[in-house]
Design a protein around this ligand. Structure first.
Ligand SMILES: C=C(N)C(=O)O
Length: 127
């Protein structure tokens, strides 16, 4: 059975998608944009946008019984490869037990004129 998941701490999806779904113990997030839950705006610059994306992803994971420590795979969609090093500088600070597998994809444009979007696949540990 597929569970459709959300978090009360993130902005509503911009389209027809759940914040995350879960099959068994595997949780799949949708791509998260750097939208502030309060203002619904996208902050300026890759550093602030990466922090907002990771904050939103953290809420989805924690509100649904898992955490960054249980992330197996991430995909980052970024609109300028020159931003990847700055993204990585922030991204790496969220992982304390080794890094997940990751794919970086260069895209021409993202919703809300965001510089990046990130999705994750995580294990939900048993209680
Ligand atoms: C923002 C998205 N994840 C979407 O449009 O699919």
């Amino acid at each position: 059975m597929i569970k459709r998941l959300t978090s009360t701490h993130i902005p509503a999806p911009l389209g027809s998608y759940a914040a995350a779904t879960q099959i068994g113990s595997v949780l799949f997030t949708s791509g998260q944009l750097p939208l502030s839950p309060e203002s619904k705006a996208v902050p300026e610059g890759i550093i602030a946008q990466t922090k907002q994306v990771m904050t939103n992803l953290n809420h989805i994971l924690v509100d649904n019984g898992t955490s960054f420590d249980h992330v197996a795979k991430t995909t980052v969609y970024i609109n300028d490869l020159k931003l990847l090093a700055s993204f990585d500088q922030v991204y790496r600070t969220y992982f304390h037990d080794g890094y997940p597998a990751r794919t970086a994809v260069l895209v021409s444009e993202l919703p809300a004129q965001a510089l990046l979007e990130v999705d994750m696949v995580a294990e939900v540990p048993e209680d």
